[in-house]
Design a protein around this ligand. Structure first.
Ligand code: ZN
Ligand code: ZN
Length: 410
């Protein structure tokens, strides 16, 4: 893989993604296989004036060994120092920004005890709740990008050799992440264009969006009170603009947790805790999933929906045109960062506080009162199709077409 492009990719994540500021600490979470990229990121961060770059390395093969051979109670005993290791930097004077470099074999935990994996992941989410609240509410700058791993690349391109698959996945990631020419400038440009559409949809003051598709989808998603549409860039508590997901193609907001009704069909497979859920259908009544089925992974879908009270309701609704560069690749990435940007989606579980006016400063109870869902999970599932029609209902009752045949009409 081309080192020049890798350098661009790192600079893109540090300068346009987290937009590191002089004096800040950059915390990088990364797999050990991404060392070259991490070196580029660290260089870019120090050159931009970062105080310190702190790296937390992970190793998915070691995680699988641990998941397989360690008792559930040990996996669920997440020590407080792990959260502290983030909070001490975040709460320090200069504050911190978080860059998460993700990349994993989508089936890394295949064949292991699902219930144990679920319990371990919930325990971790709970133990890191305070840290997660900083990113969920965008109080600090954060960004997620991805790197291929061999297992992942082989899953996406099963007919290629391991080396060819890795190379092809790198090229695809670069392409859909706008890494060509000046990647930082490309992103700043794109963020400006996206902000215009975001402003326009916010001015419409929508209270509901209606999804219709020939596959049978007929879903009414009532929106949270004072909903705010977000997309591409956000602002931290200190007013620093950053881009939390790269790539990103969505405009999203908070549904009202009690006002979702109708039926919706999944249009892409979904990977949950390392296993697949595919060809699913969900029926919502007053916000809650009351009926569901899936041709693949029905038990997994069941355990997802039963995680906690909020897991069977949705915390996000997102609009993505079917001509998105990611959808055009016509690849299933087995990775939410990419797949969620190929199609309109909804997310089971927690909503983003930033998707209602003033939400970042609200308590859980205040957010619930606005209709913003609460849960320990946030799992995006794809519902968009090439013939999707989306109609928005405004506060004054007027209906506006947003999507026709899978595309934005404005
Ligand atoms: Zn989304
Ligand atoms: Zn989401």
């Amino acid at each position: 893989m081309n080192d020049k492009l890798l350098k661009q990719y790192g600079e893109m994540a540090v300068k346009a993604g987290v937009n590191i500021q002089p004096g800040q600490t950059l915390i990088i979470n990364a797999p050990i296989t991404a060392a070259d990229l991490v070196h580029h990121c660290a260089t870019a961060a120090y050159d931009a004036g970062a105080r310190e770059v702190v790296v937390n390395w992970s190793d998915e093969k070691l995680s699988r060994i641990k998941m397989d051979r360690t008792a559930q109670e040990v996996l669920c005993d997440v020590k407080p120092w792990i959260q502290e290791s983030y909070l001490q930097y975040i709460k320090s004077e200069g504050s911190a920004a978080i860059l998460s470099i993700t990349g994993s074999d989508p089936e890394i935990y295949k064949g292991l005890d699902m219930q144990k994996i679920n319990a371990a992941s919930i325990a971790k989410m709970n133990a890191l709740a305070e840290y997660r609240s900083y990113t969920m509410a965008s109080r600090i700058q954060w960004c997620v990008i991805a790197v291929p791993t061999e297992g992942w690349a082989k899953k996406v391109f099963p007919d290629l050799s391991a080396d060819e698959a890795m190379e092809k996945l790198w090229q695809t990631i670069f392409k859909v992440s706008r890494v060509e020419g000046d990647a930082v400038a490309n992103w700043l440009d794109y963020a400006r264009t996206a902000a215009k559409r975001r402003d326009r949809i916010n001015e419409m003051k929508l209270t509901e969006v209606h999804f219709e598709s020939s596959n049978g989808t007929d879903l009414y998603v009532g929106l949270a009170e004072d909903r705010l549409w977000g997309g591409v860039s956000e602002y931290s508590e200190k007013g620093v603009e950053f881009i939390p997901n790269m790539p990103t193609e969505e405009l999203f907001t908070a549904p009202h947790k009690d006002r979702v009704n109708g039926i919706v069909y999944g249009t892409k497979p979904y990977v949950y805790n390392g296993s697949l859920i595919d060809e699913f259908v969900l029926t919502f009544k007053d916000g809650k999933v009351v009926e569901y089925d899936a041709k693949v992974g029905k038990d997994l879908l069941k355990s997802l929906l039963e995680t906690d009270e909020g897991a069977s309701r949705i915390g996000e609704v997102a609009l993505v045109s079917s001509s998105s560069p990611i959808n055009k690749e016509n690849i299933l990435f087995y990775n939410t960062l990419f797949d969620e940007n190929a199609a309109c989606h909804i997310a089971f579980g927690e909503g983003y506080p930033g998707t209602v006016v003033g939400g970042e400063k609200m308590s859980e109870e205040q957010l619930l009162a606005k209709g913003v869902n609460q849960s320990v999970i946030h799992e995006d599932v794809m519902i968009g199709s090439a013939d999707m029609k989306i109609t928005g209902i405004c506060e004054n009752g007027e209906a506006v077409i947003l999507f026709e045949n899978g595309e934005w009409v404005f």
